[in-house]
Design a protein around this ligand. Structure first.
Ligand SMILES: *Cc1c(COP(=O)(O)O)cnc(C)c1O
Length: 491
């Protein structure tokens, strides 16, 4: 493709994206496709001869769009939002166009320094501690995901616990404990598996039944029990905004136990952390400055930056880079050896890395901090309003606190009916309507429905429409009777 052709099809592609965003609202949120249906529309063999770009864009309309769950739809309320935005997409295009690999400072000086700088900006914007800034003992890096952030935190924790021995000897014969709750993200267990520590290393600390937050007294009990069994307490994960319900673990209380016993404290604020851009939500950072060894939040969830962009900080980078530093001969260069520059390959799992700071830079510049605050506040305000409607409606009940932009609730069902089955059927009906998309989770063993606001294109009236859809489908479900014969059985 010549630069001239690129210009032509580039314009057409940007037009395509803008058209997609404009017509999103008229599309069903969730696709109506069977497994295998999309592949059946694709040619079995790759083309021998090149094809015109127009036919690719046509297939986007005919094959791809009908086969997608539309995460940017204004009435997508499932999981957590995966915000994208104009400035983020355009800057990601610039990154693709540059095609730079930023594994070392020398392989892309602007790539590295922009990342350090934008992460320092974010420290200021979110009110994070100064020791997270570049130029201090700590520092920040963009990881692909919060899952990777947790994995490298675990490796850094092993490095510290083994006084550097993990690098040469691996995990060794020592037995370790990792402390999470049933609400902690599954990436903690995955990290235990990947590092070879295994699932048996993971201890589940009790949660408070009302708030679902970690019980720090029980953490202390489990740690003391492990110590008595000659098991080394290694890593505690405190979640600020759990995936199921946005519960907030008591970081300071967990930090005190961790500090006392030399446990690495990782704070996972994947979804909620970015909300600290608002001064009234700064309490989300309580305990982080004093106790967190590592901390992450995902602008790719709720801060208008398209996937992937997890911002990750450590209080002392020596353990992380001590474990992960690699310098093969072909990457040797004078700046690296001078020690004056950051080589981000030593902060992450892969060697290669994209110029991801560009999209964050573009988002912060386009919206300004004020615009970021407005976005977070709208998500919080629409969720609060929705929660009020649910609280005031006798057909429903709230099932968890809603400090941010996620509301958990369930249908009230008559005694003797299967409440979980009713929840599943309501969810199926709402999602099959095509107008609104929700997901579910389990609290205390029971199905709960979740509505996460905070989408880039979601405005207050879309949340109102979702509420109307819920009420309509709940009425139909209740009118059809909730007897077990309609159930799908326990799936
Ligand atoms: C979404 C989420 C994650 C995982 O995010 P990825 O960036 O996709 O790995 C981890 N922790 C919490 C609390 C989350 O909500």
């Amino acid at each position: 493709m010549t630069p001239q052709e690129f210009r032509q099809y580039g314009h057409a592609t940007v037009d395509w994206i803008a058209d997609y965003w404009e017509r999103l609202e008229s599309l069903p949120v969730a696709p109506d496709v069977e497994p295998g249906q999309v592949r059946s529309l694709l040619p079995a063999r790759p083309p021998e001869r090149g094809e015109p770009f127009e036919s690719l864009l046509r297939d986007m309309d005919d094959i791809v769009v009908p086969g997608l769950l539309h995460w940017q739809h204004p009435r997508f309320f499932g999981y957590f939002p995966a915000n994208t935005s104009g400035p983020a997409v355009l800057a990601d295009l610039l990154s693709a166009g540059l095609g730079v690999q930023g594994m070392s400072w020398a392989t892309g000086p602007a790539c590295t320094e922009m990342e350090e700088h934008v992460l320092d900006w974010l420290v200021e914007i979110l009110g994070l501690p100064d020791h997270f800034r570049s130029g201090s003992r700590g520092g920040g890096v963009i990881q692909d995901t919060a899952s990777s952030a947790l994995l490298v935190s675990l490796v850094a924790a092993l490095q510290r616990a083994g006084k550097g021995a993990v690098r040469s000897d691996g995990v060794g014969a020592r037995r370790y404990g990792i402390y999470v709750t049933a609400e902690t993200h599954s990436s903690a267990v995955k990290a235990a598996v990947i590092t070879g520590l295994g699932e048996r290393t993971v201890r589940y600390v009790r949660t408070d039944p009302a708030t679902l937050a970690l019980d720090a007294d029980h953490l202390r009990t489990l740690v003391l029990r492990d110590l008595a069994d000659d098991i080394t307490p290694l890593l505690a994960v405190a979640t600020v905004g759990t995936t199921s319900t946005t519960a907030v673990d008591p970081v300071a209380a967990i930090g005190r136990v961790s500090r006392e016993h030399g446990i690495w404290l990782h704070v996972d604020a994947a979804y909620a952390g970015v909300a600290a851009v608002c001064p009234e939500l700064r309490w989300l950072n309580d305990g982080v400055a004093e106790y967190a060894d590592s901390y992450c939040t995902n602008p790719h969830k709720w801060l208008l930056t398209n996937f992937d962009c997890d911002t990750f900080w450590v209080a002392d980078r020596a353990w992380l880079t001590g474990a992960l530093t690699i310098l093969p001969e072909y990457l040797r260069n004078a700046p690296s050896e001078s020690g004056l520059v950051t080589d981000y390959r030593n902060w992450q799992i892969p060697l290669g890395r994209r110029f991801r700071a560009l999209k964050l830079w573009a988002v912060i510049r386009w919206y300004g901090v004020e615009g970021l605050r407005r976005h977070i506040r709208e998500g919080v305000a629409t969720a609060a309003r929705l929660a009020e409607w649910i609280r005031a409606d006798e057909r429903f009940e709230l099932t968890a606190p809603h400090p941010l932009s996620l509301v958990c609730f369930r249908l009230r069902t008559p005694p003797g009916t299967d409440a979980d089955e009713a929840g599943r059927r309501l969810l199926d009906r709402v999602n099959a309507s095509g107008t609104t998309f929700l997901t579910h989770s389990r609290i205390d063993g029971r199905i709960t429905l979740r509505i996460a606001t905070g989408g880039t294109f979601t405005r207050p009236h879309h949340v109102e429409q979702a509420w109307q859809c819920l009420v309509r489908e709940a009425d139909r479900l209740l009118a059809s009777g909730l007897d077990q014969s309609h159930g799908r059985g326990a799936g």
